[in-house]
Design a protein around this ligand. Sequence first.
Ligand code: G3P
Length: 219
Amino acid sequence: MKFFVDTADIADIREMADTGLLDGVTTNPSLIAKSGRDFMEVTKEICDIVDGPVSAEVVALDHDTMMKEAETLRKIADNVCIKVPLTIDGLKTCKKLTGDGTQVNVTLCFSANQSLLAAKAGATFVSPFVGRHDDNGFDGMELIADIRQIYNNYNFGTEILVASVRNPVHVLKSALIGADVATMPPAVIKGLFKHILTDKGIEGFVADWAKTGQSIPTQ
Ligand code: G3P
């Protein structure tokens, strides 16, 4: 499963990229607002740090303006992935852009039928929002399982990009279901490394090693 980080914070993106485990970045208008940075400028900076897809979202609601915005955004770098909402205009835009070889992430997916539409529109990625699904009394992971089954049934190439991930359990369940990508806030990625027994084990090994009075030569 690929790991994307869901942020427009450059320091966080650098830290995650340095782990060697980062496959891409997703942003959205709320994350750009939170960064306080100029959209074009920060997107370019992110694309220079990460080789994988960097999702940048259009903000227009009509197809013609979405296409114009996408035209501007895709000139930022070759790894820009245009993010469009799951609406009729968004999917028209998706079809047109993917037809030209541009990567497209269809966002704000909340039902399996919507994911079917995104796949039929040729989306590179579909982004079902599991956390917001859970928040509203639905089972976000059940949605991911349904989408996986539908995409398998018809051999759709659209990648399932699990979004609105709130905790490591969302990541674990996504991996068990066979989702292609999870986009996570930096804190959730860091949380994946954590286990109390790992910390305790290190503590024990460090203490016992000190008793040996030895050191491993480092050059
Ligand atoms: O990028 C979209 C998504 O990940 C938003 O997450 O936590 O605001 O529902 P959240």
